[in-house]
Design a protein around this ligand. Structure first.
Ligand code: NAP
Length: 254
């Protein structure tokens, strides 16, 4: 196989559902072998089965991305069972929303640990395989909340942190053929936005309608919208796009 047609192995975290599941399916359609990582291994099986029934290759891996030993073991398992992972999508995420005067230190730490520590640990473990292969694609999930969002000091700080993390990875790893980019989604229909509607006591359909009325393309986003952006960043030919933050939000963001 030539370098350009070599089959790559991708890791997608938080891929049992939502955006991660769509990204995993899209990268498999693009021809990659995909490790579907989430907290509960059995929860990943449905996505793995779907990829396999579409003719792809996938592996379910249970791993808490904030657990150093579990991450190192998961990445090594992927390397031995699917091949060296040279594509990584750091997507696992949680919300612990509250106004600052009511936010507990645990809620702060949980959000930092999953988004920032988790992305750091996964990337540190995977970059070894990327630098050895002289090829890598890292995609980190930020959010429009990085620009500030009421009730989300923890999440906004973590998602702004993901942008600095991404730009620094791009600078450090570029010479090894590794790119790092961030996607900052706006409103995407997943369990996460459903949970936010529940928290503010709104019917989800009404919540989506209200969101769409503020979005220039006049609709809410879907996991496939984010998967399309991830697919772009992960392509072999896109080795000159690095350190970028792409807002995928149905309109411009500053
Ligand atoms: P989701 O539906 O809540 O899915 C998140 C997944 O991450 C879940 O399967 C969850 O597992 C998993 N996860 C949580 N903690 C984990 C951990 N420590 N280790 C491994 N997996 C873990 O969320 P989503 O809406 O698809 O969001 C995906 C990413 O996009 C997140 O980073 C989110 O912050 C970002 N984002 C989403 C939106 C949006 O509108 N939905 C907008 C901007 C950014 P469990 O089910 O077991 O908890």
């Amino acid at each position: 196989m030539t370098e350009a047609t070599q089959q790559r192995t991708a890791i997608v975290t938080g891929a049992a559902r939502g955006i991660g599941a769509a990204v995993a399916q899209r990268l498999a359609k693009d021809g990659m072998k995909v490790a579907v990582i989430d907290l509960d291994e059995s929860a990943c099986q449905q996505v793995v089965d779907q990829i396999k029934s579409d003719g792809g290759e996938a592996l379910a891996v249970g791993c808490d991305v904030s657990d150093e030993e579990a991450v190192n073991a998961a990445v090594e398992r992927v390397a031995s069972e699917l091949g060296a992972p040279t594509v990584l999508v750091n997507n696992a995420g949680v919300l612990r929303d509250n106004l600052i005067f009511k936010m507990s230190a645990d809620d702060w730490d949980t959000v930092m640990n999953v988004h920032l520590r988790g992305s750091f640990l996964m990337t540190r473990a995977a970059q070894k395989h990327m630098t050895e292969a002289k090829f890598g694609r890292i995609v980190n999930l930020s959010s429009t909340s990085a620009l500030g969002n009421r009730g989300q000091v923890n999440y906004a700080a973590a998602k702004a942190g993901m942008q600095g993390f991404t730009k620094t990875l791009a600078i450090e790893l570029g010479k090894f053929g590794v790119t790092a980019n961030a996607i900052a989604p706006g409103f995407i229909v997943t369990d996460m936005t459903k949970a936010t509607a529940d928290r503010v006591g709104m019917d989800y359909e009404e919540f989506k309608k209200a969101a769409a009325s503020q979005i220039p393309v006049a609709r809410v986003g879907y996991p496939e919208d984010i998967a399309a952006a991830a697919s772009f960043f992960c392509r072999e030919e896109n080795g000159y796009v690095s350190g970028q933050v792409l807002y995928v939000a149905g309109g411009p963001r500053d």
